[in-house]
Design a protein around this ligand. Structure first.
Ligand code: ARG
Length: 465
C-alpha cells in the first residue's frame, strides 16, 4: 500500500485491495470545487455534534473538542492556510480528517449517525439559502436604482414599440418600471424557492435513516431550517430545489438579457436614447471611434450559460434511481456558476443603472416619427360617437395621407383632417400631442406621468418592507 493510498483508504477502511489510479482519483474528486462549501460544512457539523451530545450519543467533552477543532479549521480556511488534499476526495473528508488530526477520537465520533449523503445535501441547502438571500438583497438594490431612474424620467417621453415599430408614446419612467415589475416577480420566485430549499436533510444518513436516537428537529432549529425533509430516500437524492433555483435564475437572466438588448440598442448612435457610463464600456483595438456596450452584451451572452446549467441539472437528475448516486456530485459546478453569474450581473446592473445618461431630445424626436398618436385620434373619434372599427379605418386613411405628404398627424390642418371625419374639431390637437397622449392613459398600470409616480410610490413601499 502506497503512502498516498493509505491516506485515502482511511476514509473507508481496508475494504479495498488496490489503490485507484491518479486519473480515477482526479475524476472522482470534488474538493477543488466543493471546498466552497467548507464553512457551511462546519456549520452543519457543529449542529450535528450539538445534537449528538444533547441526545447522549457523544459526550459533552467530545462535543467541546469538536468545537475547538472546528474553530481552528475555520480560521485556517479563512486565512487561506488550510491544506486541501485531492487524496481526501471532497470537502467533507478533508475537514473530518483535519479535525481528527487536531482532536483525535472526538473527531472520529463526529460522523456517528450521519453520512456524506445527508451531509452534502445539507451543505448545499445552507449554501443556496445564503445565495438566495444575497440575490434577494441585490434584486432590491437593482429595483431601487431603476426606480430612481424612473422617477427622474416620469415625464420623459419616448416611443413605445410593438414589433419594433413605433406604436404609442410612453414615458421612459414607465418603460423602466416594466423591468422593476419583472425583477419583482424574480424576487418572488426566489423567495418561494427558498421555502423548499430551507428544509433539513440531515438525519437521513446514507439513505434509510440511522439507528441512533437522533433529534432532527433540534438540528433543523439550530440551523434555521423551517422543517426537516420527511423521507430519508428523498432527502439524500433529489436536487429539485437546485433545479428550481436555476430555473428561477434563468427567468431572471432572461429579463436581464431583454434589458441588455434594449440598452445596447438604445446606446447605438442610430438610436441614441441613452449613454452608458464609460466604466461599463470598452473601446476597439482597431477603430478609435468605438465605445461598445460590453457589459450588457456580456450579460445577454451569460444568460445562455445559466440556461445551460438548468438543462444540465435537469438531465443530471432524470435518470437516477433512488437514492443517492454519485451523479449528484455534478450538481455543484452548475449551481456555483449560476450563483456567481447572477450575483455579479445584479451588482453590475445596479451600478450601471445609476450611470445611465438619458437623451430626452432624441427620444422625443423618435416618438414624433411613426404616427405614435394615431390610436389617440381613433379614441378621440370613438368618444365623439364613431364605432371603434370605423374610427380605426378613418385614421388609417389619415395616416396614409400623412405618409404621402411627409408630415405628422399633428401637422395636418383641421380642414384636411376633417376630410377623414367631420367629427374632428379644433380640440383634436390636444389629443395629437405626445404629452396629451401619455397623460390620457391615466389608470393603474398606464403610462401617464402621475400613474408612473403612483407606481413608484408603490414600489418604494414594497422595497421598504
Ligand atoms: N462529494 C459527494 C457529493 O458531492 C459527497 C457525497 C458522497 N457520497 C458518497 N456516497 N460517495 O455528492
Amino acid at each position: 500500500m502506497t503512502d498516498q493510498f493509505a491516506k485515502k483508504a482511511e476514509a473507508w477502511s481496508a475494504r479495498f485491495s488496490e489503490p485507484v489510479s491518479d486519473l480515477v482519483k482526479r475524476y472522482t474528486a470534488s474538493v477543488f470545487f466543493d471546498k466552497r462549501l467548507a464553512l457551511f460544512d462546519i456549520q452543519g457539523s457543529l449542529a450535528h455534534a450539538e445534537m449528538l451530545a444533547a441526545q447522549g450519543i457523544i459526550s459533552a467533552a467530545d462535543r467541546a473538542e469538536i468545537e475547538r477543532g472546528m474553530a481552528q479549521i475555520r480560521s485556517e480556511i479563512e486565512a487561506g492556510q488550510f491544506e486541501w488534499l485531492l487524496d481526501l476526495e471532497d470537502v467533507h473528508l478533508n475537514i473530518e480528517k483535519r479535525l481528527t488530526e487536531l482532536v483525535g477520537d472526538a473527531g472520529k465520533r463526529l460522523h456517528t449517525g450521519r453520512s456524506r449523503n445527508d451531509q452534502v445535501a445539507t451543505d448545499i441547502r445552507l449554501y443556496m439559502r445564503a445565495a438566495i438571500d444575497d440575490i434577494l438583497a441585490l434584486l432590491r438594490s437593482l429595483r431601487g436604482a431603476l426606480t430612481d431612474l424612473a422617477e427622474r424620467n416620469a415625464d420623459t417621453i419616448m416611443p413605445g414599440f410593438t414589433h419594433l415599430q413605433v406604436a404609442q408614446p410612453v414615458t421612459f419612467g414607465h418603460h423602466l418600471l416594466a423591468y422593476v415589475e419583472m425583477f419583482g416577480r424574480d424576487a418572488e420566485r426566489m423567495a418561494d424557492t427558498r421555502r423548499r430549499v430551507n428544509r433539513l436533510p440531515l438525519g437521513a444518513a446514507a439513505l434509510a435513516g440511522t439507528t441512533f436516537p437522533i433529534d432532527r428537529l433540534r438540528v433543523a432549529r439550530t440551523l434555521g431550517f423551517e422543517d426537516v425533509c420527511h423521507n430519508s430516500l428523498d432527502a439524500v437524492s433529489d436536487r429539485d430545489f437546485a433545479i428550481e433555483f436555476t430555473a428561477a435564475a434563468s427567468v431572471l437572466m432572461m429579463h436581464i438579457s431583454r434589458m441588455s438588448e434594449e440598452l445596447v440598442t438604445w446606446m447605438s448612435p442610430r438610436i441614441g436614447f441613452i449613454d452608458i457610463a464609460d466604466r461599463f464600456c470598452t473601446g476597439s483595438s482597431i477603430m478609435p471611434q468605438k465605445k461598445n456596450p460590453d457589459v450588457p452584451e456580456l450579460a445577454r451572452g451569460k444568460t445562455g450559460r445559466v440556461y445551460g446549467h438548468l438543462m444540465g441539472l435537469l438531465t443530471l437528475m432524470k435518470g437516477q434511481p433512488l437514492a443517492y448516486n454519485k451523479d449528484n456530485q455534478e450538481d455543484k459546478e452548475p449551481l456555483f456558476d449560476t450563483v456567481d453569474t447572477v450575483l455579479d450581473t445584479l451588482r453590475i446592473f445596479t451600478d450601471m443603472a445609476s450611470g445611465i445618461t438619458v437623451k430626452p431630445d432624441n427620444m422625443r424626436a423618435a416618438a414624433l416619427q411613426g404616427y405614435a398618436t394615431a390610436t389617440d385620434l381613433a379614441d378621440y373619434l370613438v368618444k365623439k360617437g364613431l364605432p371603434f372599427r370605423d374610427a380605426h379605418e378613418a385614421v388609417a386613411h389619415a395616416v396614409r395621407a400623412c405618409d404621402d405628404a411627409k408630415c405628422d398627424l399633428s401637422e395636418m390642418s383641421l380642414e384636411r383632417l376633417r376630410e377623414f371625419s367631420p367629427l374632428i374639431e379644433q380640440d383634436v390637437f390636444a389629443v395629437l400631442t405626445l404629452e396629451g397622449s401619455v397623460a390620457a392613459r391615466d389608470h393603474v398600470g398606464g403610462t401617464a406621468p402621475n400613474q408612473v409616480r403612483a407606481a413608484i410610490a408603490r414600489v418604494r413601499a414594497q422595497l421598504a418592507e
